[in-house]
Design a protein around this ligand. Structure first.
Ligand code: NAD
Length: 281
């Protein structure tokens, strides 16, 4: 395996660091393909993998991690508890299953995947995550798809401030309110769907093609670089090795203040995914 590429790392409120660019493996359903993609990514220098119980590929991720031979402490592995596994007894069992599938003794980050407010169990689930972290089964804990009101509820009931809130975030949906709430409380933001999940044409965003030409980069690299300079963590998904390489090659240029203003103006407040209050599956 080659040495990790030069990459930025951010510091979590636990003191641990997280590579700012990782690989997301949502919808890489085929086991063999998932294993191959994770191995390709690790070979290219990725050290951060974002999976979830519901992606049904933790075993394939785990096989790739083991085959890579990369020391455990160099890897940053995230998984998430699914809605139906929320609860004081269900969540510890779910993490035990995830760890077994991943072939790991601990994950670096365990997230509540969705608040699922109509289920009414996310606060109880947060308290379970606090205990799992105390036992060392997850080095850090956090949430995903939490709006400020959901964060308020766990901050009120719990003793640990989430390290991360992972939310939908891309140029058309920049999440300024959720990010500001997190910033004030030491919660870092991770972007899911950083490329809009391919659900809209990035090329049609005003000014993006021009920025790509100016910097001699692809529009996807400009978008990822913007996330990085905004202090957001990204893990774009691709199964193609050349795109994995492209998505990591975002540390050799910088957007200036004018470029960042062009990016900021792309925010139309339009989600491509589900509103957190509606993700109660
Ligand atoms: P994404 O924005 O990463 O988009 C992926 C799409 O972009 C794929 O179709 C891929 O072919 C294309 N793409 C990737 N790199 C490209 C490149 N360089 N050039 C052109 N096209 C490129 O969307 P995503 O996979 O949904 O999000 C990333 C990760 O976020 C997921 O894999 C998963 O780990 C996580 N996620 C979390 C949640 C959550 O609820 N917490 C929801 C969705 C995704």
């Amino acid at each position: 395996m080659t040495a990790p590429a030069e990459q930025a790392r951010l510091t979590l409120n636990t003191g641990a660091t997280i590579p700012q660019v990782g690989l997301g493996v949502f919808k890489i359903d085929d086991d063999a393909e998932c294993e191959r993609v994770v191995l390709d990514a690790l070979e290219l220098g990725y050290r951060h993998i974002d999976t979830a119980m519901i992606y049904r590929n933790e075993a394939a991720v785990g096989r790739a991690l083991a085959k890579s031979g990369i020391p455990r402490e160099e890897l940053f592995v995230t998984t998430k508890v699914w809605n139906s596994d929320q609860g004081a007894t269900e969540t510890p069992a779910a993490l035990a299953t995830s760890l077994e599938l991943l072939g790991l003794d601990y994950v670096d980050l365990y997230l509540i995947h969705w608040p699922a407010p109509t289920r009414g169990r996310y606060v109880e689930t947060w308290l379970a995550l606090e205990e799992l972290a105390a036992k060392g089964l997850s080095k850090a804990i956090g949430v995903s798809n939490f709006e400020p009101e959901h964060l308020e509820a766990i901050l009120e009931a719990g003793n640990v401030v989430p390290a991360i809130n992972q939310v939908e975030l891309h140029p058309a949906f920049q999440q300024r309110t959720v990010r500001a709430f997190g910033e004030q409380r030491g919660i870092l933001t991770e972007a899911w769907g950083p490329l809009g999940q391919g659900k809209y044409e990035l090329a049609e965003l005003p000014g993006l093609n021009e920025l790509a030409q100016k910097h001699g980069k692809t529009i996807q690299q400009i978008v990822l670089r913007w996330h990085i300079q905004e202090g957001v963590i990204v893990f774009p998904k691709s199964v193609r090795k050349e795109r994995l390489a492209e998505n990591l090659a975002v540390f050799d240029f910088a957007l200036d203040a004018e470029d960042m203003a062009v990016m900021e103006a792309m925010d139309s407040g339009k989600r491509v995914g589900t509103h957190p209050d509606d993700g109660n599956w």
